[in-house]
Design a protein around this ligand. Structure first.
Ligand code: 4AD
Length: 471
């Protein structure tokens, strides 16, 4: 470049430098390369002749060390500011990193007042503290690690299903059914919509419409044409619960498999999915995962390795009740046959089974929604339903074989007064019905389990729960 003005030369050097990400720079073998890196300053250490910076752009947990000589204008460089740096990658004399960036030009793109910035340099902030700043917490080490893990786990789950021949279905977010029948629905109407009593059609969709609580029924439609289908998307439940494992909006992975007559088939898919996704996350996000296993949940790594190595346990609901009743533990909730298993029961059962995940099968028929297949057994009447319970969390997956027999399904829907609502669902059993089944896995609960975290609000980018919808 033969330009003479200094600023024009800087401009030319910026456009001729290759733009790279911090993760690429850190793994670069090439020294002397001219590069341009953009990111946020994680630490600033002024020394006699040089200024040392740590730069992060979200691509890795480890920051890139930047060395800026004192003749550069570094006045506005503070912790948290956004910068655009050009320079050369050089071998670092420090043992902590292979390469460092020797800055030739630094532009502060966005200033940051470190006094007002809620995170302080070199301080380890608790997850509870950073939760107060949903718009900024992705700038902390722990939360950016979490989001990288979440992204890789999503990719691993998609690959698992693709590799095993499943078709991905985008099931609707707005629906007119309450799949689980639990009444935990958010109703959808346009903002400001008035229920005018004179209007023969008071609803926007002409019928009451809700945010989906599960994509299962739509997947069942698809299982009538594809042998295996899955969906992975946001799911909504108006649970008025402040618990550490419930959200009003969470992500659910759901699979539906046609031509299956056994819970064993479903359990195999759940176990294989859990293990394949976890192995991928452990290998592709080793540093990020280690951050949690080392500082937040010591001992969890051994537990995760155990879960991967051992075959998951299987017990019946009736056996689970026997285990709970014969234990010396004082439970808050009932342990009589017919009761729903509560978190305290689930956690006890997992411990009882050696801290390895356990499938509980064949639940009381009356506890399960209309779609669950009747086992037609006596005297304890059960449905072919299964829950997967995992260490640290309790219930991770819920699934069942579906009632494919038209007569039994019609009877159950009629008893519940739902025959008209689900006329279309009954038709699925009239036209080429096959035995089928499926399950749903709570994605945030999966992350809690493998990382050993305790609060579901710490594993989702923007948590929604009762009395809280920040941003
Ligand atoms: O057991 P659930 O209610 O099962 C269903 O919805 C089935 N229709 C799924 C299917 O068969 N396709 O929910 C499945 C999982 C639970 O095991 C739990 O992990 C998670 O979804 N889950 C929640 N996660 C976070 N917050 C909530 N409020 C949740 N409710 C359920």
């Amino acid at each position: 470049c033969r330009c003479s003005s200094k600023s024009f030369q800087r401009h030319c050097s910026r456009i001729s430098s290759k733009k790279v990400r911090v993760s690429d720079a850190l793994s670069s073998e090439e020294t002397g390369a001219n590069v341009r890196i953009q990111g946020w300053v994680r630490s600033v250490r002024p020394q006699k002749d040089n200024l040392f910076l740590h730069l992060n752009d979200g691509s890795s947990l480890q920051p890139l060390q930047v060395v800026a000589s004192s003749h550069l204008n570094t006045r506005d460089l503070t912790f948290g500011c956004a910068v655009d740096i050009t320079g050369t990658l050089e071998k670092s004399p420090s043992k902590r990193q292979n390469v460092e960036l020797h800055a030739q030009h630094i532009k502060v793109v966005g200033e940051c007042n470190p006094v007002d910035f809620p995170f302080k340099i070199k301080e380890r902030h608790s997850l509870e503290y950073v939760r107060q700043f949903p718009h900024l917490r992705c700038r902390t080490n722990a939360f950016s690690s979490l989001l990288r893990i979440r992204s890789e786990a999503t990719a691993a789950i998609q690959s698992f299903f693709r590799d095993n021949g499943y078709v991905q279905i985008h099931t609707p977010v707005i629906t007119s059914n309450d799949c689980e029948g639990a009444g935990e629905l958010f109703q959808v109407e346009p903002a400001g919509h008035k229920n005018d009593s004179d209007d023969p059609n008071p609803h926007f969709f002409s019928v009451p419409a809700y945010l989906t609580v599960s994509g299962q029924l739509h997947l069942e439609v698809m299982a009538g044409a594809f042998s295996a289908a899955y969906t992975f998307g946001p799911t909504f439940r108006a649970e008025n619960s402040q618990s550490r494992r419930h959200l009003a909006e969470f992500y659910m992975v759901e699979a539906e498999i046609a031509f299956t007559e056994s819970l064993e088939d479903l359990m195999k898919v759940m176990e294989d999915l859990f293990k394949a996704a976890t192995e991928h996350v452990l290998s592709s996000c080793a540093e990020d995962v280690e951050l949690f296993h080392k500082y937040t949940a010591p001992g969890r790594r051994d537990q995760v390795d155990l879960m991967l190595k051992r075959k998951f346990n299987v017990i019946s609901y009736t056996e689970a009740i026997d285990i709970l009743k014969s234990s010396s533990q004082n439970f808050t909730f009932s342990t009589e046959w017919g009761c729903d298993l509560q978190t305290e029961h689930e956690k006890f059962l997992v411990k009882h089974c050696g801290n390895v995940p356990v499938f509980v099968i064949n639940y009381p028929y009356e506890l399960k929604p209309f779609y669950a297949r009747d086992n037609q057994d006596q005297p304890n009447h059960t449905a072919a339903a299964v829950d997967l319970l995992v260490p640290g969390v309790g219930e991770l997956c819920g699934g069942s074989l579906r009632e494919e027999r038209l007569e039994l399904l019609s009877q159950r829907l009629a008893q519940a007064g739902l025959a008209d609502t689900y006329a279309w669902y009954l038709q699925l059993r009239e036209f080429g019905s096959v035995p089928h089944g499926g399950f749903g896995m709570g994605f945030e609960r999966y992350l809690l389990c493998i990382l050993g975290l305790h609060n579901i609000k710490d594993v989702i980018p923007f948590a929604r729960f009762s009395h809280s919808c920040l941003l």
